[in-house]
Design a protein around this ligand. Structure first.
Ligand SMILES: *Cc1c(COP(=O)(O)O)cnc(C)c1O
Ligand SMILES: [Zn+2]
Length: 432
């Protein structure tokens, strides 16, 4: 392989540095907990990536690939042919004034090709697999990483074996099967699926797309944070809300701003706020109790399947993201997630799956508790599309009206319902 870029890997726990060829996944001294950061030659990268030249078209039709100098892929012809990133950041004044912040924006990452932010990571995973000449890729997943990998493996003709908990939503399992991956439903939860995948990947020598193991995947996810900064004109938002499962997305938001600070493109970090479901909130508990490690949760009891993670694998980077940015963690109830899903859709037009809406629920909760500054700019990232989990979404809404195809009956039926739109906002009014 021709090494076109210079970067090192640095362990989040012991700070040891490694060259690219020296280690493949995690720190040999710290084991699976020692996840690695990719550290670029920022002096070199600065020449190609700066405020005057914020990015270039490296294909596939740009999107996330515009930040090419700080992406860990060597050959641009290995960029997979599916359009990732460049998702919209919507500003919403109604939400801003309701919750008493200066600006509110939502980044709709459910608009990616397989419907979640995970596509940013999968795109890098398959590009790396192509760089390295690896034929078969594998991961375990609560669902979205899996459906994403299967899509990207399909377009790059790689084989994929994917482990998901048997309780994963039907839509996600269907996506996997449609893209032609070998799908294994593991009896148990995500922790069980992860543990089996680690053994199988080792046994068969497959390329590992587990985000908290493979250091390059957070690099893909960070492009969401880079886009937010760029869309805000390189102004750093005061608060950045993301939901937390394994802790990779929250770590990637930190990494986005770490890179931008090192490139001299911004001079500070947003306060990163991680949101978990109360029914499974190990990172929240570690932060609230000021612990230096995250202990696995006893149970995972939430409808937000994508963040139903008892033993977060990227816990060390997740804690760093919160602590070093002056951020915090919030835990929200499933009912708050469902209310948030509906309210977000009504106010902004963004329909997010439960784990995506959880970030908005965290924003609402902190705002209601007056923990946000009135002069603040808050950005919420919705990480997955609402159509991923229809049975979750149906719990958030009432039944539709039903009528025979008869105008008289229709007129009677709508008398009992209030004006369209407004009647969906019960929770909004109740909160006021
Ligand atoms: C994976 C996922 C998350 C959580 O990301 P982690 O990196 O596991 O913390 C949140 N929302 C959605 C929709 C996801 O697919
Ligand atoms: Zn280490």
């Amino acid at each position: 392989m021709e090494m076109s870029k210079d970067f090192e890997l640095r362990c989040v726990l012991c700070n040891r540095r490694f060259s690219e060829g020296e280690v493949e996944y995690t720190c040999p001294h710290c084991g699976l907990n020692g996840t690695l950061d990719v550290i670029y030659d920022y002096g070199q990268a600065r020449k190609e990536l700066n405020k005057e030249a914020p990015g270039s078209l490296e294909d596939w039709k740009s999107g996330m690939w515009r930040y090419w100098p700080i992406l860990p892929v060597h050959r641009r012809e290995h960029i997979p042919p599916l359009a990732v990133g460049g998702t919209p950041l919507y500003e919403n004044k109604v939400v801003a004034s309701k919750y008493g912040v200066k600006r509110f924006l939502v980044k709709d990452d459910g608009r990616n090709p397989t419907g979640s932010l995970k596509d940013r990571a999968s795109a890098v995973a398959v590009a790396r697999a192509l760089d390295l000449g690896r034929e078969h890729i594998s991961c375990s997943s609560t669902g979205n990483a899996a459906s994403s990998l299967s899509g990207f493996a399909a377009v790059t003709s790689r084989g994929a074996t994917i482990f998901v908990p048997e309780s994963a939503p039907v839509a996600k399992i269907t996506q996997l099967l449609v893209y032609g991956a070998r799908v294994v439903l593991v009896k148990g939860d995500y922790k069980d699926a992860f543990e089996l995948s680690v053994k199988a990947i080792d046994h068969f020598g497959w390329y590992n797309r587990n985000c908290a193991v493979n250091p390059y995947l957070v690099e893909g996810k960070k492009t969401c944070g880079l886009e937010i900064a760029e869309e805000l004109g390189w102004q750093v938002p005061d608060y950045l809300f993301v939901s937390v499962g394994d802790g990779c997305i929250i770590s990637s938001m930190y990494k986005a701003f770490y890179d931008l600070v090192n490139l001299g493109m911004v001079d500070c970090y947003p306060k990163i706020i991680g949101v978990q479901a109360e029914g499974c909130s190990p990172v929240y508990h570690a932060v609230k109790n000021n612990l230096s490690k995250v202990a696995p949760a006893q149970k995972s009891d939430t409808l937000a399947d994508s963040i139903s993670v008892r033993a977060p694998r990227n816990w060390a980077k997740a804690l760093r993201a919160v602590k070093e940015t002056g951020g915090s963690m919030v835990a929200v109830k499933d009912e708050e997630i469902l209310d948030a899903m509906k309210e977000l859709a009504v106010n902004t037009g963004v329909f997010a799956e439960p784990a995506g809406a959880a970030a908005y629920a965290g924003f609402c909760k902190m705002a209601a508790e007056e923990e946000l500054d009135s002069s603040a700019t808050a950005v919420v990232v919705t990480t997955g599309n609402g159509l991923k989990d229809i049975s979750g979404a149906r719990k958030a809404v009432g039944p539709p009206l039903v009528t025979r195809a008869d105008l008289g009956e229709f007129i009677e039926v709508i008398k009992e319902s209030s004006v369209v739109g407004k009647n969906f906002c019960r929770s909004l009014e109740a909160r006021n």
